[in-house]
Design a protein around this ligand. Structure first.
Ligand code: NDP
Length: 294
């Protein structure tokens, strides 16, 4: 049976470490890290993610700057807000909650965020550096960073291993594959046009699944002893639940946990780690800023 990686517990440990560092920074510089969370409109899911991020800031002593804009805000007004946050010395990280309303060009807005405050790690220059040999981005995208952190804190070595990433999105699959490559894995990316994904996944010592396809990866697709990180978060109908649904990953946990060496559950695996990595990025941004201005 696989070791089940407890994302909640790992996240809690890292949050305690961050809180400790925030206290130390406050004593040394008389200042704390600041994170601006910008939300446009009132989508329920976005409101709930933003609420979680702001609450986590409060728990760790990070100052949260809450920018709530109406659904109809113009692209130029949103960009003006971003520019103001770029020059605010108390803000060390800026997060614009996605998706934005259709009349706003997300790519344009994200590329206006100052590189040194891009705590989501989505700025093309940060991603570009992630893709280049011997270059280090200022920030790593939170979910891929969470996957690597879960592997390393579970004692799974990456160097020299065969890794397969399922999915190639800009926010998860692609940066996760680049991070694995930087850590000296031999990386294959599986996507919706890949033929016979099972034969490729079966070769992998490490699998990161981020396809958004409920329980697509079967136990028989997993190499015995492999480390399986399941990013997928899919709601499937479940009449036995009060809500009428339950969350499942991209991996058939029941089957795969009998074959894998390590596996993350859904929920309780990568999910709790993603917000924690955002807070970690904010801490890193603040440290760089305090040290530079000291
Ligand atoms: P996207 O829909 O943007 O990307 C999905 C990727 O999976 C695409 O590259 C797509 O390929 C590929 N794909 C789709 N179907 C298949 C298939 N049958 N076989 C192989 N590859 C396939 O999703 P995201 O990357 O944003 O998210 C992926 C999953 O991770 C979702 O379930 C999401 O909810 C979850 N998630 C969880 C987070 C967390 O913190 N736990 C954070 C972010 C996401 P192609 O490019 O060819 O279309």
């Amino acid at each position: 049976m696989a070791t089940v990686i407890d994302g909640k517990a790992v996240a809690q440990t890292i949050r305690s470490e961050i809180a400790e560092e925030v206290r130390a920074l406050s004593q040394k510089y008389g200042k704390v890290p600041g994170l601006a969370v910008v939300i446009v409109g009132n989508r329920k899911d976005s409101q709930s993610y933003v609420g979680m991020k702001r609450k986590a800031c409060a728990e760790l002593g990070i100052k949260s700057f809450d920018i709530d804009l109406p659904e109809q805000v113009s692209e130029s007004d949103l960009i003006k807000q971003v520019h103001q946050l770029n020059v605010n010395p108390d803000v060390h990280g800026i997060l614009v909650q996605l998706p934005l309303p259709k009349h706003i060009n997300e790519e344009k807005v994200l590329s206006e965020i100052s590189l040194g405050k891009d705590v989501d790690g989505f700025h093309p220059l940060n991603i570009g550096k992630l893709a280049m040999k011997d270059r280090d981005p200022l920030f790593l995208p939170c979910t891929p960073k969470a996957c690597i952190e879960l592997l390393s804190r579970s004692g799974v070595s990456i160097k020299g291993k065969k890794a397969v990433v399922v999915g190639r999105s800009n926010i998860v699959g692609l940066p996760a594959s680049l991070l694995l490559l930087k850590a000296d894995a031999t990386v294959t990316i599986v996507h919706s046009r890949t033929t016979q994904p099972e034969s490729i996944i079966r070769e992998a010592d490490i699998v990161i699944a981020a396809a958004g396809q409920p329980m697509m990866i079967k136990g028989s697709w997993i190499k015995p002893g492999a480390a399986v990180i399941d990013v997928g978060t899919n709601a499937v109908d479940d009449p036995t639940k009060k809500s009428g649904y339950r969350l499942v990953g991209d991996v058939d946990f029941e089957e795969a946990s009998k074959v894998a060496g390590w596996i993350t559950p859904v929920p309780g695996g990568v999910g709790p780690m993603t917000v924690t990595m955002l807070l970690h990025n904010t801490l890193e941004g603040a440290k760089r800023c305090f040290e530079k201005n000291h």
